[in-house]
Design a protein around this ligand. Structure first.
Ligand code: GLA
Length: 698
């Protein structure tokens, strides 16, 4: 809901429990008024009447109070917008127009000196607390080029408090989305990626709680998350007066984002923000609900249990061997069979074949269709792995078009995993990829595509292009456009975003994919921490997790029971990635039971409301999912110590006056007892785990 005040110069956006207010002063300064619990227009108007703090020498009266600080004039905070023309740099804007269109507010400003028209967009839906912000910058002048060195999607302002604590999700390959919280000291904390993709190093998300006072279930939390799958930057600026400004947008360094000719425009990604009064858990649940309702395509449809061949068979694949795996997978209850890397071109190892997207004739003599048909006959969907943005120099594609990769004349072409990055900003490259992928999806009944991206940009040049740095943005736009086009042409195909595990997880890619590959780390214990971090922002409905072989040969040699591996992977979208040809009859039979149990609890896990009951740092961790009358609790014990029983886990969000029957033990629990005393898990020893299904008695 958007309400206006002060003769149309004050805007109040309100959602489920919170409000956001801004004000245009007589001097045409756009000032931030409020972000927090719901207030009225009269409250916002009272805030607007409060004088700004007295100006001190050496301080700007605008810093920390503006909605979108531009470069230029009396401002010393990090600018959200930095514009360069032939003559000048910076912006001096005038208010042009405001427009309320349903739940979207648009405020347009112009800079007559350079022809820039800048529109700030705000959207807050009635039933959510998420505020979506983005900008469009258009060149409306008659001549000359206008270079956007930086055009952040938004700058968020937090209220004055004594201090702030910052939560972030950091990592690296095989260790993504690990949660860390630290005091925010004066100055700037900059997170981002200068790698061309979202990156394993940071999820584009931050959360801030005042005075470090929030807990999992109480206190005020502000969160901001960016929807962009290329290089990005979020800068959290702790200002001298206790305010915080959070800028975020595409691009890491301000080296030039886009060059606008007259008539051209740039639209930034969305930088979404929310205020929650319900602690970290409340903030996560709001993010989840909003993504399920507004971001993730077809989110109401639960994701199938998949089998993926990568850890089982690596590059050493054949049609017969995949067929054998498919039979075992189908027997286990798997619903989607995915052939990973190695099915195309000369891809018998990682040094050849990327770029040549037709089935390897020695491995799949009749193409993919015979295997796909058999998989379908077994009652499963069929999926494949692709990595369209990349090429091995040892490929037919590269031999034919060595100039199609990002490169700089006279410089090395650095290889990672023996591969180079195609320049998707080129029209001919995009046309080739469209033709290949559309052809592939038309040639065999493919239901699912795992889309990978396995190296960062290095010599990201484009010889003969006058403004080569535009490829950083245009690559991502082309990737999005390809996905959008493929989804439109093949609407029944689901897509998974992967980048060497969780290197491309963000709200931008999630608005056009059905799930993401969380991490190449499938060790079930490490995964608990990765999944705990992931859940801060994203719902279980998109978090793919596989049960693989034990001991874990890839990373650490750790041995764990099927039970522990299954319960760990059942916290998200369950998959199986072990070499089923080596599993014993007993293991296959046990796995079948776990898969059946997962299918039963799936709607609650994937679509329910999630409560993190205990974080994985301690010995015992647990997550609860509730949907309607059903509650599922997954609990894991890392190691029992001193013969002591692990503590009972206190549940959340239940009706204290109701009774709950545990379908696994038959016990009937009182809601008040589950909430206050908790549920005894009975876990013992090392790496133990259990599933509890509770149903509210009627
Ligand atoms: C990446 C992915 C893996 C697998 C391999 C295949 O590393 O994250 O899951 O698909 O590529 O080469």
């Amino acid at each position: 809901m958007i309400e206006l005040g002060d003769n149309g110069r004050l805007w109040l956006l309100s959602g489920r429990t919170s409000s956001y207010a801004l004000h245009l002063t007589d001097r045409e300064e756009l000032l931030h008024l409020h972000w927090g619990p719901r207030i009225s227009v009269a409250d916002a108007a009272a805030l607007a009447r409060e004088p700004l703090p007295p100006p001190w020498p050496f301080e700007s009266r605008l810093d920390g109070v503006e909605e979108y600080p531009v470069e230029g004039g009396p401002r010393f905070v990090r600018p959200a917008l930095s514009v360069r023309t032939g003559q000048a740099r910076g912006t001096e804007w005038r208010f042009a127009d405001s427009d309320v269109d349903g739940d979207e507010l648009r405020l347009t400003f112009t800079d007559p000196a350079n022809g820039l028209a800048l529109t700030l967009h705000y959207r807050m839906r009635d039933d959510f607390d998420v505020v979506e912000r983005w900008v469009t910058a258009a060149h409306q002048g008659a001549d000359g080029a206008l270079e956007l060195l930086r055009a952040d999607a938004a700058a968020w302002t937090l209220p004055e408090r004594d201090g702030w604590r910052l939560s972030q999700l950091h990592g690296r390959w095989a260790a993504e989305s690990r949660l860390v919280r630290s005091e925010l000291t004066p100055g700037e904390k900059v997170l981002g990626s200068r790698r061309g993709h979202t990156g394993h190093q940071h999820l584009p998300w931050v959360a801030l709680d005042a005075d470090g006072a929030a807990t999992e279930e109480s206190g005020e939390v502000y969160g901001c998350a960016l929807g962009w799958s290329g290089s990005w930057r979020i800068a959290v600026h702790a200002l001298p007066d206790g305010r915080v400004q959070i800028n975020g947008g595409a691009g890491h360094d301000d080296a030039g984002l886009v060059l606008l000719a007259p008539g051209q425009a740039y639209t930034s990604p969305v930088f979404a923000g929310l205020w929650s009064g319900g602690g970290f858990g409340g903030a996560s649940r709001e993010w989840h609900a909003w993504q399920l309702a507004r971001v993730i395509p077809r989110a109401g449809e639960p994701r199938p249990v998949l089998f993926n061949s990568w850890e089982a068979t690596g590059f050493d694949i054949s049609e017969d061997q995949q067929r054998a795996l498919a039979h075992r997978a189908a027997d286990m209850g798997v619903e989607l069979f995915v052939v990973d890397d190695g099915w195309f071109g000369a891809r018998t190892h990682d040094a050849a074949g990327l770029g040549d997207w037709s089935p390897n004739p020695a491995r799949f003599p009749g193409g993919l269709k015979p295997l796909a048909d058999e998989v379908h006959a077994l009652g499963m969907q069929f999926g494949i792995w692709v990595e369209p943005e990349m090429v091995n120099p040892d490929s037919d594609l590269y031999r034919a078009h060595p100039d199609w990769v990002q490169h700089q004349l006279g410089r090395s072409r650095t290889e990672f995993r023996h591969q180079l990055v195609l320049n998707l900003a080129r029209r001919d490259v995009r046309a080739y990829l469209w033709e290949q992928l559309d052809g592939l999806l038309s040639s065999a009944p493919v239901d699912y595509v795992k889309w990978d991206f396995n190296r960062c940009f290095t010599e990201a040049g484009w010889p003969d292009e006058p403004y080569p740095q535009k490829l950083w943005v245009e690559h991502v736009e082309a990737f999005y456009a390809l996905l959008d086009q493929l989804r439109a042409a093949h609407p029944r195909v689901a897509f998974e975003s992967c980048s060497g595990g969780g290197g491309r997880v963000d709200l931008g890619v999630l608005s056009r994919t059905d799930q993401v590959w969380t991490s190449d780390n499938t060790d079930p214990l490490d995964r608990l921490a990765i999944q705990h971090g992931f859940s801060q922002l994203h719902p279980a409905r998109v978090m793919a997790a596989w049960v693989t072989d034990s001991p874990n040969e890839q990373l650490n040699g750790r041995a764990s029971s099927l039970r522990f591996r299954f319960v760990s992977a059942m916290a998200g979208v369950l998959g199986v990635g072990g070499d089923l040809n080596r599993w014993s009859a007993a293991e296959l039979a046990e796995a079948r039971e776990w898969v059946a149990l997962y299918k039963e609890i799936r709607p609650v896990v994937q679509l329910g409301t999630q409560y993190r009951l205990r974080a994985p740092e301690g010995g015992l961790s647990a997550v609860q999912y509730t949907r309607g009358d059903d509650t599922v609790v997954l609990a894991w014990l890392q190691a029992q110590r001193h013969g002591e029983l692990p503590p009972a886990v206190r549940l959340r969000g239940l009706d204290a006056t109701a009774a709950y029957e545990c379908l696994d033990t038959g016990a009937v629990h009182r809601g008040a007892v589950l909430l206050h005393r908790g549920l005894a898990t009975g876990l013992r020893g090392d790496l133990d785990a259990a599933v509890f299904r509770l149903r509210r008695a009627r």
